[in-house]
Design a binder for this molecule. Structure first.
Ligand SMILES: Cc1cc2nc3c(=O)[nH]c(=O)nc-3n(C[C@H](O)[C@H](O)[C@H](O)COP(=O)(O)O)c2cc1C
Length: 357
Protein backbone atom coordinates (compact mmCIF):
# COMPACT_ATOMS: atom_id res chain seq x y z
CA UNK A 1 0.00 0.00 0.00
CA UNK A 2 1.21 3.49 -0.82
CA UNK A 3 0.57 5.00 2.62
CA UNK A 4 1.75 8.46 1.61
CA UNK A 5 -0.87 8.63 -1.12
CA UNK A 6 -3.54 7.17 1.16
CA UNK A 7 -2.87 9.71 3.90
CA UNK A 8 -2.88 12.71 1.64
CA UNK A 9 -6.15 14.49 2.39
CA UNK A 10 -7.36 11.59 4.53
CA UNK A 11 -9.88 12.12 7.31
CA UNK A 12 -9.15 9.31 9.72
CA UNK A 13 -11.30 7.88 12.48
CA UNK A 14 -9.00 7.91 15.52
CA UNK A 15 -8.17 4.86 17.60
CA UNK A 16 -10.55 4.94 20.54
CA UNK A 17 -10.95 2.44 23.32
CA UNK A 18 -14.65 1.52 23.41
CA UNK A 19 -15.54 4.28 20.91
CA UNK A 20 -13.83 2.41 18.11
CA UNK A 21 -16.02 -0.67 18.49
CA UNK A 22 -16.48 -2.47 15.21
CA UNK A 23 -20.12 -1.50 14.51
CA UNK A 24 -19.34 2.15 15.22
CA UNK A 25 -16.36 2.01 12.86
CA UNK A 26 -18.69 0.53 10.26
CA UNK A 27 -21.02 3.51 10.67
CA UNK A 28 -18.14 5.99 10.41
CA UNK A 29 -16.65 4.18 7.40
CA UNK A 30 -20.01 4.36 5.65
CA UNK A 31 -20.20 8.04 6.51
CA UNK A 32 -16.87 8.54 4.75
CA UNK A 33 -13.98 7.80 7.11
CA UNK A 34 -11.36 6.72 4.59
CA UNK A 35 -9.19 5.14 7.25
CA UNK A 36 -10.47 3.55 10.45
CA UNK A 37 -8.36 2.53 13.40
CA UNK A 38 -8.94 -0.24 15.89
CA UNK A 39 -9.02 0.14 19.65
CA UNK A 40 -5.62 0.01 21.33
CA UNK A 41 -4.53 -3.60 21.96
CA UNK A 42 -1.86 -4.53 24.47
CA UNK A 43 1.02 -6.39 22.86
CA UNK A 44 1.69 -8.51 25.92
CA UNK A 45 -1.91 -9.64 26.21
CA UNK A 46 -1.88 -10.66 22.55
CA UNK A 47 1.23 -12.73 23.09
CA UNK A 48 -0.44 -14.39 26.05
CA UNK A 49 -3.35 -15.35 23.86
CA UNK A 50 -5.88 -13.14 25.70
CA UNK A 51 -8.96 -13.57 23.52
CA UNK A 52 -10.65 -10.18 24.05
CA UNK A 53 -7.44 -8.52 22.88
CA UNK A 54 -7.60 -10.39 19.59
CA UNK A 55 -11.10 -9.05 19.03
CA UNK A 56 -9.57 -5.55 18.95
CA UNK A 57 -7.61 -6.51 15.84
CA UNK A 58 -10.66 -7.68 13.93
CA UNK A 59 -11.17 -5.80 10.73
CA UNK A 60 -14.72 -5.19 9.58
CA UNK A 61 -15.60 -6.06 6.01
CA UNK A 62 -16.78 -2.49 5.45
CA UNK A 63 -13.45 -0.94 6.30
CA UNK A 64 -11.45 -0.10 3.21
CA UNK A 65 -8.30 0.85 5.07
CA UNK A 66 -7.93 -0.42 8.62
CA UNK A 67 -5.08 0.11 11.07
CA UNK A 68 -4.48 -1.78 14.28
CA UNK A 69 -3.02 0.09 17.23
CA UNK A 70 -0.65 -1.56 19.69
CA UNK A 71 0.57 -0.54 23.11
CA UNK A 72 3.74 -1.95 24.57
CA UNK A 73 7.26 -0.95 25.51
CA UNK A 74 9.23 -4.04 24.66
CA UNK A 75 10.58 -4.15 21.12
CA UNK A 76 10.39 -7.92 20.68
CA UNK A 77 6.86 -8.11 22.05
CA UNK A 78 5.74 -5.24 19.86
CA UNK A 79 7.33 -6.87 16.80
CA UNK A 80 5.56 -10.15 17.51
CA UNK A 81 2.25 -8.41 18.17
CA UNK A 82 2.64 -6.41 14.96
CA UNK A 83 3.08 -9.66 13.07
CA UNK A 84 -0.18 -10.95 14.56
CA UNK A 85 -1.97 -7.72 13.63
CA UNK A 86 -0.62 -7.76 10.09
CA UNK A 87 -1.58 -11.42 9.66
CA UNK A 88 -5.09 -10.50 10.69
CA UNK A 89 -5.40 -7.98 7.93
CA UNK A 90 -4.24 -4.62 9.30
CA UNK A 91 -3.21 -2.30 6.45
CA UNK A 92 -0.77 -0.64 8.80
CA UNK A 93 0.11 -0.91 12.47
CA UNK A 94 0.30 2.07 14.82
CA UNK A 95 2.25 2.46 18.06
CA UNK A 96 0.46 4.16 20.95
CA UNK A 97 2.68 6.83 22.51
CA UNK A 98 -0.19 8.98 23.69
CA UNK A 99 -2.32 7.17 26.25
CA UNK A 100 -2.32 9.35 29.41
CA UNK A 101 -4.04 6.89 31.76
CA UNK A 102 -2.02 6.40 34.95
CA UNK A 103 -2.48 2.66 34.93
CA UNK A 104 -0.71 2.59 31.56
CA UNK A 105 1.97 5.22 32.12
CA UNK A 106 2.97 3.69 35.48
CA UNK A 107 3.95 0.62 33.50
CA UNK A 108 5.92 2.68 30.99
CA UNK A 109 3.22 2.37 28.32
CA UNK A 110 1.39 4.90 26.16
CA UNK A 111 2.52 8.49 26.64
CA UNK A 112 5.26 7.35 29.08
CA UNK A 113 7.14 6.25 25.97
CA UNK A 114 7.49 9.94 25.11
CA UNK A 115 10.14 9.98 27.87
CA UNK A 116 12.17 7.42 25.97
CA UNK A 117 12.71 8.44 22.35
CA UNK A 118 15.48 5.88 21.88
CA UNK A 119 13.14 3.13 23.01
CA UNK A 120 10.55 4.30 20.50
CA UNK A 121 13.14 4.05 17.78
CA UNK A 122 14.08 0.50 18.81
CA UNK A 123 10.45 -0.57 19.00
CA UNK A 124 9.64 0.81 15.58
CA UNK A 125 12.76 -0.74 14.07
CA UNK A 126 11.80 -4.17 15.37
CA UNK A 127 8.22 -3.81 14.16
CA UNK A 128 9.28 -2.64 10.71
CA UNK A 129 11.62 -5.58 10.41
CA UNK A 130 8.84 -7.95 11.45
CA UNK A 131 6.08 -6.78 9.14
CA UNK A 132 7.58 -4.90 6.17
CA UNK A 133 6.18 -3.98 3.68
CA UNK A 134 3.18 -3.35 5.99
CA UNK A 135 3.83 0.19 7.28
CA UNK A 136 4.36 1.09 10.92
CA UNK A 137 3.12 4.46 12.17
CA UNK A 138 3.41 6.20 15.54
CA UNK A 139 0.88 8.34 17.40
CA UNK A 140 2.42 10.87 19.76
CA UNK A 141 1.53 13.83 21.93
CA UNK A 142 3.53 17.03 22.41
CA UNK A 143 5.15 15.74 25.57
CA UNK A 144 4.72 13.66 28.70
CA UNK A 145 4.95 16.83 30.80
CA UNK A 146 4.75 20.47 29.78
CA UNK A 147 8.34 20.09 28.68
CA UNK A 148 7.58 19.37 25.08
CA UNK A 149 9.73 16.94 23.12
CA UNK A 150 7.51 16.18 20.14
CA UNK A 151 10.22 16.96 17.59
CA UNK A 152 12.73 14.63 19.20
CA UNK A 153 10.18 11.85 19.55
CA UNK A 154 8.89 12.25 16.01
CA UNK A 155 12.43 12.11 14.65
CA UNK A 156 13.22 9.00 16.72
CA UNK A 157 10.15 7.27 15.28
CA UNK A 158 11.15 8.24 11.74
CA UNK A 159 14.73 7.06 12.35
CA UNK A 160 13.28 3.73 13.40
CA UNK A 161 11.44 3.50 10.10
CA UNK A 162 7.97 4.88 10.85
CA UNK A 163 6.03 5.65 7.67
CA UNK A 164 3.89 8.38 9.24
CA UNK A 165 3.42 10.21 12.52
CA UNK A 166 0.15 11.28 14.09
CA UNK A 167 0.47 14.24 16.42
CA UNK A 168 -2.22 14.87 19.02
CA UNK A 169 -1.53 18.53 19.69
CA UNK A 170 -1.56 18.38 23.49
CA UNK A 171 0.76 17.20 26.23
CA UNK A 172 -0.27 14.37 28.54
CA UNK A 173 -0.59 16.80 31.42
CA UNK A 174 -2.93 19.07 29.46
CA UNK A 175 -5.40 16.20 28.96
CA UNK A 176 -8.39 17.85 27.26
CA UNK A 177 -8.18 21.07 29.26
CA UNK A 178 -6.34 23.12 26.69
CA UNK A 179 -7.01 23.58 23.01
CA UNK A 180 -4.91 21.45 20.69
CA UNK A 181 -1.88 23.31 19.39
CA UNK A 182 -2.08 23.03 15.61
CA UNK A 183 1.08 25.11 15.18
CA UNK A 184 3.05 22.51 17.12
CA UNK A 185 1.72 19.90 14.68
CA UNK A 186 3.10 22.15 11.93
CA UNK A 187 6.52 22.06 13.59
CA UNK A 188 6.56 18.29 13.22
CA UNK A 189 5.40 18.57 9.60
CA UNK A 190 8.41 20.76 8.82
CA UNK A 191 10.84 18.61 10.79
CA UNK A 192 10.24 15.11 9.45
CA UNK A 193 10.33 13.51 6.03
CA UNK A 194 7.22 11.35 6.42
CA UNK A 195 3.54 12.38 6.26
CA UNK A 196 2.12 13.86 9.46
CA UNK A 197 -1.48 13.44 10.56
CA UNK A 198 -2.90 16.25 12.67
CA UNK A 199 -5.19 15.45 15.57
CA UNK A 200 -7.15 17.52 18.06
CA UNK A 201 -10.43 19.41 18.41
CA UNK A 202 -12.01 18.91 14.99
CA UNK A 203 -15.79 19.15 15.25
CA UNK A 204 -16.91 20.88 12.04
CA UNK A 205 -15.56 20.49 8.49
CA UNK A 206 -14.10 24.01 8.18
CA UNK A 207 -11.74 22.99 10.99
CA UNK A 208 -10.33 20.22 8.80
CA UNK A 209 -9.41 22.79 6.17
CA UNK A 210 -8.09 25.20 8.79
CA UNK A 211 -5.99 22.52 10.53
CA UNK A 212 -4.41 21.47 7.24
CA UNK A 213 -3.76 25.06 6.19
CA UNK A 214 -2.31 26.07 9.53
CA UNK A 215 -0.06 23.05 10.02
CA UNK A 216 0.53 21.67 6.55
CA UNK A 217 -0.40 18.18 7.78
CA UNK A 218 -1.17 15.54 5.15
CA UNK A 219 -4.35 14.30 6.77
CA UNK A 220 -6.36 14.73 9.93
CA UNK A 221 -7.62 12.37 12.60
CA UNK A 222 -10.88 12.83 14.50
CA UNK A 223 -11.82 11.24 17.84
CA UNK A 224 -14.45 12.99 19.99
CA UNK A 225 -15.87 14.72 16.92
CA UNK A 226 -16.62 11.29 15.46
CA UNK A 227 -18.28 10.16 18.68
CA UNK A 228 -20.46 13.28 18.85
CA UNK A 229 -21.34 13.41 15.15
CA UNK A 230 -20.39 10.41 13.02
CA UNK A 231 -21.51 12.36 9.96
CA UNK A 232 -18.41 14.59 10.34
CA UNK A 233 -16.82 12.28 7.75
CA UNK A 234 -19.60 13.02 5.28
CA UNK A 235 -19.22 16.71 6.04
CA UNK A 236 -15.52 16.41 5.25
CA UNK A 237 -16.54 15.73 1.66
CA UNK A 238 -19.75 17.67 1.30
CA UNK A 239 -19.40 20.61 3.68
CA UNK A 240 -21.57 21.35 6.75
CA UNK A 241 -24.65 19.16 7.06
CA UNK A 242 -27.39 20.24 9.43
CA UNK A 243 -28.98 16.91 10.29
CA UNK A 244 -32.41 17.30 11.83
CA UNK A 245 -33.36 15.20 14.82
CA UNK A 246 -35.20 12.58 12.71
CA UNK A 247 -32.19 12.10 10.46
CA UNK A 248 -29.96 11.79 13.50
CA UNK A 249 -32.24 9.11 14.94
CA UNK A 250 -32.09 7.22 11.64
CA UNK A 251 -28.30 7.31 11.84
CA UNK A 252 -28.32 6.04 15.42
CA UNK A 253 -30.75 3.30 14.38
CA UNK A 254 -28.20 2.18 11.80
CA UNK A 255 -25.69 1.78 14.63
CA UNK A 256 -28.21 -0.40 16.46
CA UNK A 257 -28.65 -2.54 13.35
CA UNK A 258 -24.89 -2.98 12.90
CA UNK A 259 -24.52 -3.59 16.63
CA UNK A 260 -27.09 -6.40 16.49
CA UNK A 261 -25.32 -7.95 13.55
CA UNK A 262 -22.02 -7.78 15.41
CA UNK A 263 -22.94 -8.59 19.02
CA UNK A 264 -25.69 -11.05 18.13
CA UNK A 265 -29.47 -10.77 18.27
CA UNK A 266 -29.84 -12.86 21.44
CA UNK A 267 -30.15 -11.69 25.05
CA UNK A 268 -26.41 -11.54 25.60
CA UNK A 269 -25.88 -9.53 22.43
CA UNK A 270 -28.71 -7.19 23.42
CA UNK A 271 -27.12 -6.54 26.81
CA UNK A 272 -23.81 -5.76 25.21
CA UNK A 273 -25.39 -3.51 22.61
CA UNK A 274 -27.35 -1.64 25.27
CA UNK A 275 -24.17 -0.98 27.20
CA UNK A 276 -22.48 0.48 24.11
CA UNK A 277 -25.57 2.39 23.04
CA UNK A 278 -25.91 4.11 26.42
CA UNK A 279 -22.26 5.07 26.18
CA UNK A 280 -22.65 6.45 22.66
CA UNK A 281 -25.79 8.37 23.60
CA UNK A 282 -23.64 10.14 26.20
CA UNK A 283 -21.67 11.62 23.29
CA UNK A 284 -24.48 12.03 20.76
CA UNK A 285 -26.35 14.30 23.19
CA UNK A 286 -23.48 16.77 23.03
CA UNK A 287 -24.18 17.70 19.43
CA UNK A 288 -25.07 21.33 18.84
CA UNK A 289 -25.63 22.53 15.26
CA UNK A 290 -24.28 25.61 13.53
CA UNK A 291 -25.55 28.72 15.34
CA UNK A 292 -28.36 30.82 13.84
CA UNK A 293 -25.82 33.61 13.21
CA UNK A 294 -23.82 31.26 10.98
CA UNK A 295 -20.91 30.72 13.38
CA UNK A 296 -19.98 27.30 14.73
CA UNK A 297 -19.67 25.83 18.21
CA UNK A 298 -16.22 24.47 19.05
CA UNK A 299 -15.03 21.37 20.82
CA UNK A 300 -13.35 23.22 23.64
CA UNK A 301 -16.09 25.61 24.67
CA UNK A 302 -19.36 24.34 26.05
CA UNK A 303 -22.25 25.91 24.16
CA UNK A 304 -24.32 28.07 26.51
CA UNK A 305 -27.22 29.28 24.43
CA UNK A 306 -28.42 26.41 22.26
CA UNK A 307 -32.18 26.46 21.65
CA UNK A 308 -33.38 23.09 20.31
CA UNK A 309 -35.53 23.51 17.21
CA UNK A 310 -37.96 20.66 17.91
CA UNK A 311 -39.13 18.50 20.79
CA UNK A 312 -37.14 15.62 19.45
CA UNK A 313 -33.99 17.73 19.18
CA UNK A 314 -34.53 18.84 22.78
CA UNK A 315 -34.85 15.21 23.84
CA UNK A 316 -31.67 14.26 21.97
CA UNK A 317 -29.87 17.14 23.71
CA UNK A 318 -30.80 15.99 27.20
CA UNK A 319 -27.90 14.57 29.15
CA UNK A 320 -29.79 13.15 32.11
CA UNK A 321 -29.99 9.42 32.66
CA UNK A 322 -33.80 9.04 32.25
CA UNK A 323 -33.68 10.68 28.81
CA UNK A 324 -30.66 8.69 27.69
CA UNK A 325 -32.20 5.44 28.90
CA UNK A 326 -35.48 6.25 27.20
CA UNK A 327 -33.72 6.91 23.90
CA UNK A 328 -31.73 3.73 24.29
CA UNK A 329 -34.86 1.63 24.81
CA UNK A 330 -36.62 3.39 21.97
CA UNK A 331 -33.74 2.77 19.59
CA UNK A 332 -33.49 -0.87 20.59
CA UNK A 333 -37.18 -1.73 20.71
CA UNK A 334 -39.19 0.91 18.91
CA UNK A 335 -40.92 4.04 20.22
CA UNK A 336 -44.20 2.50 21.42
CA UNK A 337 -42.49 0.05 23.76
CA UNK A 338 -40.37 2.79 25.33
CA UNK A 339 -43.42 4.41 26.99
CA UNK A 340 -43.99 8.10 27.54
CA UNK A 341 -40.99 10.43 27.27
CA UNK A 342 -39.65 11.14 30.76
CA UNK A 343 -40.24 14.73 31.87
CA UNK A 344 -37.28 17.08 31.48
CA UNK A 345 -35.16 16.72 34.57
CA UNK A 346 -33.94 19.71 36.51
CA UNK A 347 -30.41 18.45 36.71
CA UNK A 348 -28.36 18.31 33.54
CA UNK A 349 -27.09 14.94 34.72
CA UNK A 350 -23.55 13.78 34.48
CA UNK A 351 -21.79 14.20 31.23
CA UNK A 352 -20.31 11.01 30.00
CA UNK A 353 -16.78 10.55 31.21
CA UNK A 354 -14.33 10.86 28.41
CA UNK A 355 -12.01 7.93 28.57
CA UNK A 356 -8.78 8.81 26.95
CA UNK A 357 -6.32 6.73 25.10
C1 LIG B 1 -13.19 7.50 24.27
C2 LIG B 1 -11.80 7.72 23.78
C3 LIG B 1 -10.92 6.66 23.69
C4 LIG B 1 -9.62 6.85 23.21
N1 LIG B 1 -8.79 5.77 23.05
C5 LIG B 1 -7.58 5.93 22.43
C6 LIG B 1 -6.78 4.80 22.09
O1 LIG B 1 -7.12 3.64 22.35
N2 LIG B 1 -5.58 5.04 21.47
C7 LIG B 1 -5.15 6.32 21.17
O2 LIG B 1 -4.07 6.49 20.59
N3 LIG B 1 -5.91 7.39 21.48
C8 LIG B 1 -7.11 7.22 22.08
N4 LIG B 1 -7.90 8.32 22.33
C9 LIG B 1 -7.39 9.67 21.99
C10 LIG B 1 -7.84 10.07 20.58
O3 LIG B 1 -7.42 9.15 19.61
C11 LIG B 1 -7.37 11.48 20.21
O4 LIG B 1 -5.97 11.49 20.15
C12 LIG B 1 -7.83 12.55 21.20
O5 LIG B 1 -9.15 12.33 21.65
C13 LIG B 1 -7.75 13.95 20.55
O6 LIG B 1 -8.57 14.02 19.43
P1 LIG B 1 -9.99 14.81 19.45
O7 LIG B 1 -9.72 16.19 19.90
O8 LIG B 1 -10.46 14.70 18.01
O9 LIG B 1 -10.87 14.07 20.41
C14 LIG B 1 -9.19 8.14 22.84
C15 LIG B 1 -10.08 9.22 22.95
C16 LIG B 1 -11.37 9.02 23.40
C17 LIG B 1 -12.30 10.19 23.48
Amino acid sequence: MDLRATLNGAVIMAPMTKGGNLPYRRLCAEEGATITMGEMALARKLLRGHRPEFALLKRGEHETCFAAQLAGNNAQEMAEAARIAAQRGADFVDVNCGCPIDDMTRRGLGSALMLKPKRIRTIVEAMVQAIAPVPVTVKIRLGFTEERNHLEVAQAAVDGGASAITVHGRTRTARYRRAADWDAVGEVVRAVSVPVIGNGDILFPHEITAFRAQSGCAGVMIARGALIKPWIFREAREGPIDLDAQARLALYARYVKYGREHFGADERGDRRLREFLLWHLGFWCRHVPQRPDGTFPTMQVREQSFEPRSELEALLYRQDTPAIEWLCTMLMQGADVAGPVPPPSESRGERSEIAEG
